[in-house]
Design a protein around this ligand. Structure first.
Ligand code: B16
Ligand code: MG
Length: 215
């Protein structure tokens, strides 16, 4: 039986994809990388900041040192933080707060399991914190999805065994991470049919029958 739900943040509870894309695009432009496009950004979903940078640098002729890469990742994050400044609860995806409230009323424990180191800022700005029992994010982890670490930490924070947790994800890396952590998964978002999750729906409010997923 499922007693806890671990939600990915970007693409599941909030919409930040466009802001990530704009920030990476700005960096790419400054580095003279012209080929960075939305298809590349799709591959950045759910993966860590450094892995996302590698996807941008695939299109560069230059080899960067590790120190240079760290500086580039920080530069992109500053651009992203600038864009996050104006964020408010309008970034929360449609129906999310209602679904979280309903799941809470059913007695489930709710957590976030996000690769983002900016998760606490995003949760604060969007007013989502009061809906959640625990947060596991990029600040807690050393390994990124598809490694299950971020979800295992979330389960531990909820004091639940992994097999009693359901992961909700919008990325292939996240669905793989859930399976590696022995957790069932629900795939949502624009690519939900192709994620290979145990259950799938276009978005959280489109889940037809929570009873069959949670039993
Ligand atoms: P940051 P999620 C992920 O969040 C994003 O989907 C991914 O595009 C981003 O690279 C990653 O967070 C790291 O984010 O640079 O803010 O630490 O989908 O796992 O909630
Ligand atoms: Mg995501």
């Amino acid at each position: 039986m499922i007693r806890g739900i671990i939600f990915d943040l970007d693409g599941v509870l909030v919409s930040t994809d466009e802001m990530h894309y704009q920030a990476w695009k700005r960096l790419a432009r400054e580095l003279g990388i012209t080929g960075f496009a939305r298809e590349d950004n799709r591959r950045q979903r759910g993966v860590s900041r450094m892995a996302s940078l590698e996807i941008v640098l695939e299109k560069s002729d230059r080899i960067y040192t590790e120190a240079e890469k760290a500086a580039l990742a920080e530069r992109k994050n500053n651009y992203y933080l600038e864009l996050l400044e104006d964020m408010d609860d309008s970034a929360v995806l449609a129906g999310v707060k209602e679904v979280l409230r309903e799941l809470k009323e059913r007695g489930l424990l709710l957590a976030v399991g996000s690769a983002s180191k900016n998760a606490p800022v995003i949760l604060e700005k969007t007013g989502l914190l009061p809906y959640l029992d625990k947060v596991s994010c990029g600040l807690d982890t050393t390994k990124s999805k598809p490694d299950p670490e971020v979800f295992l930490i979330a389960a531990k924070k909820l004091s639940l065994p992994p097999e009693e947790c359901l992961v909700v994800e919008d990325s292939a890396a996240g669905i793989e991470a859930a399976a590696a952590g022995n957790m069932k998964s629900l795939g949502v978002g624009p690519f939900y049919e192709a994620l290979g999750a145990d259950y799938a729906a276009a978005d959280l409010k489109g889940v037809a029958c929570w009873d069959s997923i949670l039993r």
